[in-house]
Structures are given as C-alpha cells and as structure tokens.
Design a protein around this ligand. Structure first.
Ligand SMILES: Nc1ncnc2c1ncn2[C@@H]1O[C@H](COP(=O)(O)OP(=O)(O)OP(=O)(O)O)[C@@H](O)[C@H]1O
Length: 718
C-alpha cells in the first residue's frame, strides 16, 4: 500500500534544486577533507625533515624559524638538551611529533600543557578529560566522524577563535599572561604548519603525493579479455533491418515449397539475420541430415541479434527444409525454450511451415497432462516403440520428465538441438537439463537392426577407427538477443568449432578531419533500430499518476507495462481499474495458462490498451503492434531491460520505451545502461503540475482500491 501513498504530487523542481544544493555541499566537503589530508601529509614530511636535521644542529634551525615563541633565537644546544621538557620550543617539537596520530583536541591539550606550566598530575587529568570527550564524540557514529574530520580541517583556519572558546572552558585558573602566551604559541604552530605546507608545495609537486583512501574516481585502464578466435572474429549481421532486406529468392538453396509458404505468409524478403544464418545451417546439412558437410561433423552455431530481428524463422526454415526428405519418423530436432508461452509461439511457427509436409511437431510444456503428452510423443507397436514427433518444442522441466519417465522417448537420432534464449538456458537452473539432453542423445540403445548402423557414441578425438563408422552428428544452435560472450559460460555447452553470428560490433566512422573512429566500441548488446528510449526521474508516489497521465492525457495506446513482481502488477492493475477510463489487464503467474493466452490474444487484437505484466512477457514474446513499453519498475539487470524494451519496435517497426526511475535509482540505472554501451536514452522530466488534474480522481481510486484489497483478503481467508 505504501506504493500508493499520496503525500506529495508536485514539488519535483524544488526537490531537484535541493538535491543539487546537497550535491554541491557534498563536493565542497570532499574538497575540504582532501585539502586537509594534503596538509597533514605536508606536515608529516616537514616533521620528518626536521627530525632528520636535528642531530646536525636542527634545534637552532627550529628555533630560528620561529615555531616557538618561548625559545630565544640562538639559545644554547646543551641547555636545550638538559631542559628539554621545560623549554616551550622543545615542547612544541614534541607536540609536533605526537601530532600525527593524535586528534586535534589532543594537540591543543599538548599546546596548553606547554604553555601553562601546571603540575604533571593536573596535566594528566586535563588530558584524560579531553580524550574522554574525544572518545565520546568518536562513538557517535559515522556522520560525526565526518564532522570531526571537518573540525580538524577547520583547526588551522579557526584556531585563534577556537582558542578563545577553549580558554573559556579552562576556567579562571588561567591568567591573562598565560592566555596570551598560548595564543602566541598557537599562532606560531599555525605558522609552522602553513610553512610546512607551503614548503611541501614548493618542494614536492602535488602529483607525487600518494593519498591513501582517496575516493576521487581515477581512470581505470581496461584489460581486454582474451577471446577465442570464433568470438573475437564473428560473422557480422547487419543491425538495420530495413536497409538490409534480402529478397527470399536471392538466398541460395531454399526449397521452392518453402519459398511458396513464405510468400503465402507475406514474407517477401529475409531480415539480415535470416539471410546469414539460413544458408549457414543449410550448408552444414548439405549432405543430408545423416552426416555433416563432406562427412565431417558440422560446426555449432551461435546467433546474437536484437529483439524482434526474426531469429525464429532463421532456424525454423532450415530445419524444416533439412527434414523434408526424412523417411522414418524420429525426434530429429529439439527446441528448448524457457517458458510455456515462448514454446507455444515457436511451435506455432513450426506448424505453419511444416503444414502439408508430413513432419510432426509436438509441444511439451505441461499444459496438457503428462499421459497425454506421452501419447503425443511415442506409440507402442508390436515391434517396439516408435516416435510420433520429428520436431519437439519443449520447456526444460517437462522435457527432463519425459527423458526420464517416458518409455520409448528417444533422442538418439537427434540432429539439431536448438537453444532459444540461450543466455537464460545457460544459467544454472537449466544447465542440468542441457546435460541430460546430451546424455540422452548419446545413449546406447540395446536395439538391433538398421538403427545399429547409425548408433552414435559421444564424440571424442577423431581417429581412423572413429571415422569408419558413420554417426548422426548432433549440431547445437544457440539464439539470443543477449547472448553471453563469456567464453567460460559458453564452454559449459561443450560447443564444437562454433561459429558466431552477431550484430554486436563496432563500426568505423570517418570524421570530418579524415580520421577514423570506432563507433559503438563498448556495445555489449544491440537494440532495435526503431526504438526510442526515455526515462522519467520521479518519486514513488507519483509513479501511478505518471502511468495514468501517459494513458489518459497523452493517450498512449497498446502499452505493455512491466513491474518487478506479480503483487505489484496486481495492485497496479486494480488501481488503474478503479481509476477508470482505460481498458486494462494483468499478466502474471496469478493467471491460468488459458487465461494468459486469452489476455495476450485480446491485447494483440487491441481490446486491451494497457497490459500490466511481470517479466513473464519480457522475453521472446512476439505481440504484434505494441507501441509503448513502460518500465513502471526500473529493471535490475541490463538483460531484463533489453528484453523488456524489445517487446516494441519489432521487425523493423518503431516503438518507444519509457522507464520510470526513482531519483535514488537514477545514477545506478544510467550506469547500468552506459556499461552496456547504451547511450541514446533521453531524460524526460515531468512537471508536478501536469499530474495535478488527476489527483482528485486518483485519491478516490485509492479508496476503492483499499476496499477491493480488503475484500480479496477476506475471500482468501474464507
Ligand atoms: N522476413 C520477415 N519479414 C517480415 N516479418 C518477419 C520476417 N521475419 C520475422 N518477421 C516477424 O518479425 C517478428 C519478430 O520475429 P521473432 O519473434 O522471430 O524475433 P526474435 O528475433 O526471435 O525476437 P526476440 O529476441 O524478442 O525473441 C515476428 O512477428 C515475425 O513474424
């Protein structure tokens, strides 16, 4: 409920000013602290020099330079040695030696001791009293530490003023003479310190100082990671879709049957990623699916291309084409995707292109009962089990269940393993699934007959013996908009001579003076070309109002709005519903799979203007006609940001992404984007008064929301 508290709607500008002032003050404080450190170091060096010089008549010099008002210039060396403790000059020197580790208060105490000439016991008491005060203030916490630091900084500049204050607290014991003596001494200390500092400045350039604990940001030299050649020199995929369309007939080797189907589905040209990847996969199976090109094991393929760039067709077309000629039905292609919705979406595309070919596509995601899925996968005959699927599209959990528990479900003839949203699949939770697939693919069957000929063993080093028996190769195809370039992570997939197709590369641009510069050199990911990105700095209370402002005042349509949790999605949905005037729906794991399907369909049909969703729709989901993505809650990770905003501006179209960023998150959010090489995001500040017309109705909506939430809770309890 805190989310919807309405304390302040406006006043953003004032806050901004205040924030700027605070930042200015902060910078000033830091400069002051730094200056003080420099001075301390200078002091230490000066003292060191003095100490070094001491045996060689340094005392004369010390007296000569005048740090001690009590010491006469040219006083005898022997006398000084004997009466060192009583000599104010020597006392001053002692004090300076002790000053380094001590606090300013202690330093002052030392100064006073030297001056008042009181008894040692009294001096001790005095010192104890002061150090106690000092200890108490130290314990008061880090903020006070900063204050202390500041105080120390001010010791020199305000020493005479402080002196007066100190004297007052000392009480009446002090005579006027003593006071003036102490003031003199203090002044001399000040002079001495400033001399030391200026001496340091003169003799030592500031650049030679090493300041420990300095928190000024220093430029860090980037260490270039060592990349294997296939990662360092990938095959480039053009980023701009519209400028790089390739007529489908210009791509060599596509089956006429598929060309016809593509045209029937309104596809006249391939997108850049399709024009590159389709021929590459077809080439690796140019000798049929039973062996690689020239009898060699085909290379694995990794594809990293922006969201909405058509990666699905890039694997659907070649796989359907390679399997067109198959005689016996076996699971030859397996597509693994992280969510049910994604698996459903991909299986639909396969169905379109396998329609009328005899190839069978089976979807296993747990939406149907386990027994039903088993029936779809295998059939038991007198001669044994036979597969009913050529292409299986699955989610990891359900797939592993079938690998373990469905008799006759065999992956031993698997030719293509497609891992869509590969970066997510590499994450720990699915790694085990991938291992199980590979294990199942190389499982030795105690079967006889024709299958024995193509029985395969896990590939090892190529030897004359291993080359003699033909093996069906298993080729891995990895796809993602945010494919990791971390060789260690990719290594986990045990890729064979992989080839990387990527649209993440730097472009050379010639400047006016003829020099060449690398553009996008730091980019880790690419975003769709038609995407405009904005962020709105805001506070927590104004977030719901901003969303309503976008929907009702700015008249945004077809908006996909992301929150960070299903509870947040639900509450926001209830609030917008209570406010009225917007057709709104929610999408999260609160809904049953069929409800989710219906919601997506209605959103696609334009019946719903605002869909409030968790990250369940952030990845891969292809909803036609999303005009705006709103990150109601700023995403925590860059990959989440990329996938969320990628729900708009798909297939070369335009779209806008707005992120509502709390002021406290702003720096981190911008750093996250900057680190990923994303710089073209616009700040879009909103004036508080723009939201004011919505406030009254919003307050009424909040009251309604409270009742609804209470009712829901009561229903849950009942
Ligand atoms: N050659 C093409 N011509 C026209 N439209 C296409 C073409 N290829 C794909 N599309 C359309 O582009 C949209 C995006 O395709 P797809 O879902 O495959 O993107 P993606 O790269 O997988 O995106 P994501 O990374 O978000 O999963 C789909 O609606 C698809 O129908």
């Amino acid at each position: 409920m805190a989310l919807f508290c309405i304390n302040r709607y406006g006043g953003e500008e004032e806050e901004e000013e205040q924030q700027q002032e605070e930042e200015g003050a902060e910078a000033e404080d830091r400069a002051r602290v730094l200056l003080e450190r420099l001075r301390q170091q200078a002091r230490a060096r000066q003292l060191k020099k003095q100490r070094e010089a001491q045996p060689r008549g340094g005392e004369e010099r010390l007296g000569g330079t005048g740090p001690s008002p009590g010491g006469e210039p040219g006083e005898g060396k022997g006398k000084r040695k004997r009466e060192g403790e009583e000599q104010p000059g020597a006392q001053g020197q002692k004090k300076l030696k002790a000053k380094q580790p001590r606090s300013s208060a202690e330093g002052r105490a030392g100064t006073e001791q030297a001056a008042d000439g009181s008894s040692p016991v009294k001096k001790k008491k005095e010192r104890r009293r002061k150090s106690k005060v000092q200890r108490e203030s130290t314990e008061a916490g880090s903020e006070e530490d900063v204050e202390q630091q500041e105080n120390r900084n001010n010791v020199k500049s305000k020493s005479s003023k402080r002196k007066t204050t100190d004297e007052e607290t000392e009480g009446d014991e002090m005579g006027k003479k003593e006071k003036s003596e102490r003031t003199k001494e203090n002044q001399s200390t000040k002079e001495e310190l400033s001399l030391a500092a200026s001496g340091e400045e003169a003799s030592c350039p500031p650049s030679s100082l090493t300041i420990l604990g300095d928190y000024d940001k220093k430029p860090v030299q980037k260490v270039q990671p060592f990349l294997p050649q296939w990662l360092a020199q990938p095959k480039r995929v053009q980023k701009r879709i519209k400028d790089n369309l390739c007529p489908i007939r210009d791509v060599p080797g596509i089956h006429p049957r598929l060309l016809k189907k593509l045209q029937m589905n309104g596809i006249e040209s391939f997108f850049p990623v399709q024009a590159e990847v389709i021929p590459a996969i077809l080439q690796s199976a140019s000798n049929g699916y039973l062996m690689g090109r020239g009898g060699y094991r085909p290379k694995d393929i990794c594809v990293s291309a922006p969201t909405g760039s058509g990666k699905t067709l890039a694997f659907v077309i070649p796989i359907v084409q390679v399997l067109l000629d198959r005689v016996v039905c076996h699971v030859r292609a397996l597509v693994v995707l992280p969510t049910k919705e994604l698996a459903q979406q991909v299986s639909k595309v396969f169905n379109v292109y396998t329609d009328g070919t005899g190839l069978k596509v089976v979807l296993i995601t747990g939406q149907k009962s386990f027994a039903k899925e088993q029936e779809m996968l295998v059939q038991k005959k007198v001669t044994g089990y036979c597969s009913l699927a050529d292409i299986v599209v699955a989610t990891p959990g359900r797939l592993t269940d079938h690998i373990r528990q469905t008799p006759g479900f065999s992956l031993t003839q698997l030719r293509f393993l497609i891992i869509d949203e590969a970066d997510r699949m590499i994450d720990d939770m699915h790694q085990n699934c991938l291992n199980q697939i590979v294990k199942a693919a190389f499982q030795v069957e105690d079967d006889s007959g024709s299958n024995m000929l193509f029985q395969r063993t896990k590939p090892g080093p190529i030897t004359a013996a291993s080359s003699c028996s033909p093996q069906i190769p298993l080729q891995k195809l990895l796809f993602s908009a945010t494919l990791t370039q971390d060789p260690e992570k990719l290594q986990q997939l045990d890729l064979f001579q992989p080839r990387l197709f990527t649209s993440v590369y730097s472009e050379k641009k010639t400047l006016g003076d003829g020099t060449e510069t690398e553009q996008d050199a730091n980019n880790k990911y690419t975003l769709p070309e038609g995407l405009s990105q904005c962020y709105v700095p805001c506070d927590l209370n104004s977030k719901p109002l901003l969303l309503l402002y976008f929907m009702l005042t700015m008249k945004f349509t077809r908006v996909l709005c992301f929150t960070n949790s299903r509870e947040a999605s639900h509450r926001l949905f209830l609030l917008v519903q209570a406010f009225g005037g917007v057709t709104v729906a929610e999408f999260s794991s609160r809904l049953t799979p069929s409800e989710r399907q219906r919601t997506i369909r209605e959103f696609e049909q334009g019946k719903i203007q605002l869909l409030i969703s968790t990250d369940a729709t952030a990845r891969g989901i292809d909803v036609k006609g999303v005009n705006y993505v709103i990150n109601y809650d700023a995403p925590q990770f860059i990959r989440t940001y990329i996938h969320r905003v990628g729900r708009t501006a798909r297939a070369g179209k335009v779209g806008v992404a707005f992120s509502l960023v709390l002021r406290i998150q702003e720096r981190r959010f911008l750093r996250m984007l900057r680190d990923a090489g994303i710089r073209d995001i616009q700040k879009h500040p909103m004036k508080g008064k723009a939201l004011k017309p919505l406030v009254q109705q919003y307050e009424a909506a909040l009251c309604k929301l409270e009742k609804t939430v209470k009712n829901e809770r009561a229903q849950k309890r009942a």
